[in-house]
Design a protein around this ligand. Structure first.
Ligand code: UD1
Ligand code: CA
Length: 485
């Protein structure tokens, strides 16, 4: 059986983070999550072991979530990549199949490349086949030292390299396929005689050459695949590379991306052909955008589905479902449990949570709709609040189909407005409104004639009133004259 060992025990000191390096997120997965996904796609049926060390419990939990079939092995002390592999091999039966080793910080490696590396190795029965790349700036990486015949002689780490070796631009990517027996033998021979005093997995290469084992290099055509990350600046560069790669794949599949430089789509999101993504838009998690939908500009969708032909403009949405042809925004906030029917509308400065809008239902302006069901083709007036929270519990508001509720309504839940009912503007609805009824719940207006000219004489308001009313001065209409304010 083939074994895949993923190295994820390192401290990741240069990240300067409480989060272990391999758990830093990049467009939908953690660094190690990307590696495990590539392994799952390229090498199904392999035994997968993740070497953990720093924050072992936390990393193990994440691995269990991300790749339930993978096991973990504890490297209690981080004594180098060679030591990490040695620890992992203790958990693998002797004389077993090939061993693939991958650095945990190699998130851009593609399943195709990984598959090709392992297939080449297994066909050639080499001692080791390693992934290499010719890069413009090799700084930091191990260099591939070749012999006069062009064969791989050994790998030298940056810190141990001579000036001539530092000039080599072919680097070790951190992905290898080994013969298990040869690997075990050579790991027993490596020393800690290097600048860091660590056991270097890379020393196995020179030892295999000396032992007469065939050593092969698989030079990748796309050096970006070998981008690792040691600090946050490299993490950002890696994220940008992954963004470009995802966007290019989607555009070639027919997705309209107006400005790829400001469009961030997680690998886990799905966008259909003929959807259009406007600038400065983020599609995260399991978000799904159907054909003909337009999302953005300035929009973030988290685990949110947008139906065919819908538009979502300047919106933040989390775990929401937007039906086909629906319209959202500008400036909407859809919170978890929002479900918008076909052609529904959630307009400007509207927040929804745990709210279901039927087909064609509209909440166009300045409203909070939480814990509510709104029937099809109903219209909710501007500045409406479903008053869902009594300070202890949440309660539900139901508005039926084809209802018309007035502007500035408070629906004090639990409360129900029947099908085809109306409510008056400015109402505080605390009792159910039967189907077809008009609910009115507000003070009756009265006007005190002439109040301004008497109580605020000489003001601009009084002069304007006098001009509008003409020379006749108006007497108070009753005895209930009041002070303003
Ligand atoms: C390593 C390679 C280098 C290569 C580079 C590619 C060695 C000695 N050097 O260097 O040739 O060019 O990767 O990015 O292997 N880890 C453990 N246990 C340890 C030490 C490290 O699990 O004791 C893990 C880390 O978590 C990381 C991976 O191994 O995922 C690589 O370790 P890192 O320290 O980043 O190696 P580099 O110095 O980058
Ligand atoms: Ca590294």
């Amino acid at each position: 059986m083939r074994t895949v060992i993923v190295l994820a025990a390192g401290v990741g000191k240069r990240m300067k983070s409480d989060l272990p390096k391999v758990l830093h997120p990049v467009l939908g997965r953690t660094l190690v999550g990307h590696v495990l996904a590539a392994v799952g796609a390229a090498l199904p049926g392999s035994r997968v072991l993740v070497v953990i060390g720093r924050d072992a419990e936390r990393v193990a939990e994440h691995v269990a979530e991300q790749a339930p079939h993978a096991g973990t092995v504890l490297q209690a002390e981080q004594r180098g990549t060679g030591h990490a592999v040695r620890v992992a091999l203790d958990a693998v039966p002797d004389d077993d199949g090939p061993v693939v080793v991958l650095n945990g910080d190699l998130p851009l490696i593609s399943p195709d490349t990984l598959h090709a590396l392992v297939a080449e190795h297994e066909a050639a029965r080499a001692g080791v086949t390693l992934l290499t790349a010719a890069v413009a700036n090799p700084a930091g990486a191990g260099r591939i030292v070749r012999d006069d015949g062009g064969g791989v002689a050994r790998i030298v780490e940056q810190r141990d390299a001579s000036p001539a070796e530092l000039a080599i631009n072919e680097i070790n990517a951190g992905a290898y396929a080994f013969d298990a027996g040869a690997l075990r033998e050579m790991l027993g021979k490596i020393s800690t005689n290097n600048d860091q005093g660590e056991e270097y997995l890379t020393d196995v290469v020179g030892l295999m050459v000396a032992g007469g084992w065939p050593v092969r290099a698989h030079l990748t055509a796309d050096p970006d695949e070998t981008l690792g990350c040691n600090d946050r600046a490299e993490l950002a560069a890696l994220r940008a590379t992954m963004r470009a790669r995802i966007n290019t794949r989607l555009m070639l599949a027919g997705v309209g991306i107006v400005d790829p430089a400001t469009t961030w789509i997680d690998v886990t999101a799905t966008v259909a052909p003929d959807a259009v993504i406007e600038p400065n838009t983020h599609l995260r998690g399991a978000s799904l955008v159907e054909p003909g939908a337009v999302v953005g500009p300035d929009t973030s969708l988290i685990d949110t589905e947008v139906g065919a032909g819908a538009t979502v403009v300047r919106t933040h949405a989390d775990r929401a479902r937007v039906g086909p042809g629906a319209m959202v925004g500008p400036y909407a906030y859809l919170r978890p449990g929002t479900v918008l029917g076909a052609k529904a509308k959630v307009g400007t400065f509207v927040e929804t949570k745990n709210a279901e809008l039927g087909e064609g239902a509209k909440v166009p302006h300045l409203s909070y709709i939480g814990d509510a069901t709104i029937g099809e083709h109903s219209n909710v007036g501007a500045a409406t609040v479903t008053v869902n929270y009594d300070g202890v519990r949440k309660h539900h508001t139901v508005i039926g189909a084809h209802a018309r509720t007035g502007a500035d309504n408070m629906f004090v839940a639990p409360v129900e407005v029947g099908d085809g009912a109306y409510t008056a503007a400015g109402s505080v609805i605390v009792k159910d409104v039967p189907p077809g009824a008009l609910g009115v719940a507000r003070g009756v207006q009265r006007n005190i004639d002439g109040w301004v000219t008497r109580r605020r004489p000489g003001t601009a308001a009084a002069r304007a009133a006098e001009q509008a009313l003409g020379p006749v001065s108006h007497e108070p209409s009753g005895s209930d004259e009041e002070q303003a304010g």
